[in-house]
Design a protein. Sequence first.
Length: 218
Amino acid sequence: MMVDPMLRFIENKKAIMSLTLSQIGLIIATGIILVAVFSICFFNDWQKKAEIKNITYNLSTKIEGMDTRFFENKTTYYLPDKNFGYNLSISTDYIITKTNGIWYNKIIYPKFLIRKILPRQNNTDWITGKEFHSFLNDTWACFGNKTNPIMKKDVANVKKYIENLYNSANKSFALNPFYINNKKAIFIEKIFVYYDLDGDNIFNKDFDEKNSLLIIYQ
């Protein structure tokens, strides 16, 4: 039985239309999947960036809050647990928080500090504020506190020592920031060094001087 050539053409045309519709459907489905994947990745990274921004701001707020104290003080701070890994590093001038992203390879949020700080340095003879005052006493025979200020003859040397501390920290932590252990407490401490400028062996706020330091350690 002969098949009408026209009928064969109609059948082929239907097949072509069917194939074309399938391809369009596949393209639309692929587009929907790509948009969904992009949205998930973008939202995940956006959420992570918002969270590490909060982590950085909260710690910097603690540091800046300690700087406003009018007396020596120490506070303890714990970093929050998150369902993603992150690391936080501190230098004398800034805090940087980093985490891995999905859309971006790395998500980084920096926060510059208003006040210079001294993170723990492994090569120093002291870590805590109490140890610092003990170091001053061992070196210059004065604790450098209000009741036992640095003697007039040693004021220049103590100030030079502290200046060198900051210079050394600036160079050291610019290359190798102090990385915080997320599971351990962070200690933020404000200490004062009192100087007896008039040589009467007592501290008088009208004639003498005091300077503060902010130190951070774990």
